[in-house]
Design a protein around this ligand. Structure first.
Ligand SMILES: NC(=O)c1ccc[n+]([C@@H]2O[C@H](COP(=O)([O-])OP(=O)(O)OC[C@H]3O[C@@H](n4cnc5c(N)ncnc54)[C@H](OP(=O)(O)O)[C@@H]3O)[C@@H](O)[C@H]2O)c1
Length: 371
């Protein structure tokens, strides 16, 4: 066993600058009573993680795993094993799924222990959303399959947002729209939403909406080939949008120019405009006084908490689980999982994702060590 492990640090003021830092490998004697050491096995990395970095200051994403200024650690979703424990009820060898740094280890202070999960009660995380502080025991998760770990960490956090958006639109009767337009339509979160809208319209009453993809010219063929959307339009062909139909816009791109163009094209026919993502993270800017509905930020953890209160956790999770199975099956049929193994490969994959060089059909998994 080596005496050090490596973590990836990103400059919070310039996320293009990143570095690898070696830190001493912690052992049981470094823990305090009640603490547990997690050895991080592997984790997923998508545009969503870049958004955590882009919006880190605004939404507190840098606060989960602090580092010395100007550096920050980008949070990721992945799996880890308990390698040392000074908690009486958590055994060495326990495997968990949750929010992790791009690093070899994480020290946590488990609390709120149940048969299925614990919460990291570390002081510096106490102001952050519960959804991000909870760690699930894989042995107690009925949906867990070891062979599906890659799909789980790549898709579950994103598709929860897709699911909540689908629920939100349904709850609002789709704002009486006849078409739903998604930007960055090739992103996993957008594809998840398109799949769910498509899947649900066969079971929900009422007039089905047309689902429209807006995407890069290079990704248009892939997007239309999936069959999740009724129409696929490249960003340089926005005049193909049918502006005569009452519409909803769900924006995963966060590109100010694109947002303005779609608003200007649809004008009063844009009944609702939701800001969900910032996949085109380098082209964000404030857009004011756009025609049509005023863009509203959609923050998934906030809507989850609201629906959890209204429906109860069991019903809400049950609804998600019913959609997750067919969706994971569909996505599993086309997604190519790639693993960046070792810290140099991890840094390269980080930079490639930042620069939009990862193909939409690729699911990127990272591992700091060679297995
Ligand atoms: N609000 C929330 O709670 C919430 C939750 C989940 C996800 N999201 C957001 O949804 C967005 C999509 O996330 P994801 O993880 O699903 O993405 P992903 O699967 O990694 O999607 C990548 C897609 O984003 C676009 N893209 C990525 N990098 C780009 C770049 N540098 N320049 C231009 N386009 C780029 C491309 O789509 P096109 O060619 O189709 O544009 C690309 O296919 C993210 O901004 C994420 O934060 C928000």
């Amino acid at each position: 066993m080596t005496t050090t492990c490596t973590r990836l640090l990103v400059n919070k003021g310039n996320i293009h600058e990143c570095t690898l830092q070696e830190v001493p490998r912690l052992q049981e004697q470094d823990l305090q009573d009640g603490e547990v050491l997690l050895d991080i096995d592997h984790f997923a990395f998508t545009a969503n993680n870049i958004t955590y970095a882009t919006l880190g200051d605004r939404f507190g994403y840098w606060d989960f795993f602090p580092a010395e200024a100007p550096w920050g650690q980008v949070p990721v979703w992945g799996f880890a094993d308990v390698s040392a424990s000074r908690h009486p009820d958590i055994a060495v060898g326990t495997r968990v799924y949750g929010y992790l740094p791009m690093a070899g280890q994480l020290r946590v202070r488990p609390g709120n222990l149940t048969a299925s999960s614990f919460t990291d009660m570390a002081e510096h995380r106490s102001h952050l959303a519960l959804a991000y502080n909870q760690y699930q025991f894989t042995a107690a998760d009925p949906a867990y399959r070891p062979e599906l770990e890659a799909l789980q960490m790549l898709l579950r956090p994103l598709l929860l947002t897709s699911f909540l958006l689908d629920d939100f639109l349904h709850e609002h009767h789709y704002f009486s729209a006849e078409q739903i337009i998604l930007t960055s339509a090739s992103s996993k979160t957008a594809l998840g939403l398109a799949f769910m809208l498509n899947h649900q319209r066969s079971v929900r009453a009422g007039k089905p909406q047309r689902i429209v993809a807006l995407t890069s010219a290079a990704n248009a063929k892939f997007v239309s080939g999936l069959g999740y959307y009724d129409q696929t339009i490249a960003y340089d062909q926005l005049d193909e949008i049918d502006a005569s139909k009452p519409s909803v816009l769900i924006d995963f791109a966060g590109n100010g120019t694109l947002l303005a163009e779609v608003h200007q094209r649809l004008e009063g026919n844009l009944k609702f405009s939701s800001l969900v993502g910032a996949a085109h993270w380098d082209q964000r800017k404030g857009e004011k006084n756009l025609p049509g509905a005023k863009p509203e930020v959609f923050f998934a953890p906030g809507y989850w908490a609201q629906r959890n209160k209204e429906l109860g956790a069991t019903e809400l999770i049950g609804r998600f689980a019913r959609l997750w199975a067919p969706l994971a099956q569909s996505v599993g049929s086309w997604m190519e999982i790639k693993t960046a193994q070792g810290v140099e490969a991890m840094m390269q994959a980080y930079t490639d994702t930042l620069n939009g060089l990862i193909k939409p059909e690729t699911g990127m998994i990272m591992r700091t060590h060679s297995k």
